[in-house]
Design a protein around this ligand. Structure first.
Ligand code: UDP
Ligand code: MG
Length: 311
């Protein structure tokens, strides 16, 4: 197979100061046989991440850096990487060594056989908490139930894409960037390479429960606005509250034979609060889409770049 092509590696980084060096030590020997560039996209870190990458970039022209003005999120960092990559294929991977670079040659092999997208698929995920595994499973089940173009399960943002797919991403006008969904939506030929997901090398995950929940909603509606989203949560809370009250009241009345039970009170209370909750959820969902339209119409830049090095 020919080695005459340019390989771009895109790595979003957000407060990863302890991971940069170990990552490069791991990655560089593996990609050395190929002509390559490594593009770090700093997503508004407030630790030494940028300083460390700058030092590396001074040593080698192949190491490049884009610095965001502030934190714009993982998907935006990837988007900026795609826009600035000049490779014949682009591989995106996390900075925390959870995505092992040693499968890169296998990914390149599959790409050279003509596949446009090569996903790295998690074979085992036992390092992640059972909570994360369960929520991820539910997320994919749900999103695939709703969507016309199923997203492969156990696949994250570790993937190789061909230049033509990069061009497809870059040509999309929308601000909403749920890249896993967009990758699947494009319908390009895809293949898999399996790997075992490692533990995060240093630092903590940036995806807290609320961030995961938001990411999931983003994936389903593809964009959002916070206050409208709150309406959804409020709706759920009121519904749950009304159910709680009706259960407590019933126990009081039927089992403990106590309480100020007025005929018809409970059913009235229940239906009013429950329906109120359902209505709030519905308004919230409609609001999600209105918010999406609003953000697209505003047409603000997807991210602001403060600085570029070696690019
Ligand atoms: N990341 C980012 N911006 C963010 C959050 C995360 O660029 O707002 C980067 C982070 O530095 C890492 C990758 O995205 O390289 C994946 O994040 P993380 O490891 O926290 O997620 P997890 O692997 O736990 O899902
Ligand atoms: Mg990680």
């Amino acid at each position: 197979m020919t080695k005459d092509f340019l390989l771009s590696i895109v790595i979003p980084v957000y407060n990863e100061e302890q991971n940069i060096k170990p990552l490069l030590q791991n990655l560089l020997p593996i990609i050395k046989p190929y002509r390559h560039e490594v593009i770090f996209v700093d997503d508004g870190s407030n630790d030494k991440t940028v300083i460390i990458i700058k030092k590396e970039a001074e040593k080698s022209q192949n190491i490049k850096l884009i610095v965001f003005q502030r934190n714009f999120g993982h998907q935006m960092a990837l988007t900026a990487g795609y826009q600035n990559a000049s490779g014949d294929c682009v591989i995106t991977l996390d900075a925390d060594l959870q995505d092992p670079p040693n499968i890169i040659p296998q990914m390149i092999d599959k790409w050279q056989k003509g596949t446009k997208i090569v996903y790295a698929k998690r074979e085992r995920r036992d390092v992640d908490s059972s909570f994360k595994r369960l929520t991820a499973q539910l997320f994919y089940k749900y999103i695939n139930f709703l969507s016309d173009s199923p997203i492969p399960e156990e696949v994250g943002d570790y993937r190789l894409i061909d230049k033509s797919v990069v061009e497809f991403f870059n040509s999309l006008p929308e601000h909403s960037r749920f890249l896993r969904g967009l990758t699947a939506w494009g319908g390009f030929s895809a293949d898999y390479v399996f790997f075992k997901r490692e533990k995060r090398f240093a630092g903590e995950t940036h995806y807290t429960v609320s961030r995961m929940l938001n990411f999931a909603l983003e994936g389903i509606t593809a964009f959002s606005t916070k206050p409208l989203r709150l309406a959804i949560y409020l709706g759920f809370l009121t519904s749950v509250f009304s159910i709680f009250v009706i259960v407590v009241k019933s126990i009081q009345h039927f089992i403990l034979n106590q309480g100020d039970w007025l005929p018809g009170w409970a059913s009235l209370f229940f239906s009013i609060v429950f329906l109120g909750g359902v209505q709030l959820i519905t308004i919230g969902i409609i609001g999600e889409y209105v918010g999406k339209i609003y953000q697209e119409v505003q047409n603000r830049p997807k991210f602001l770049i403060k600085e570029k090095i070696n690019l």
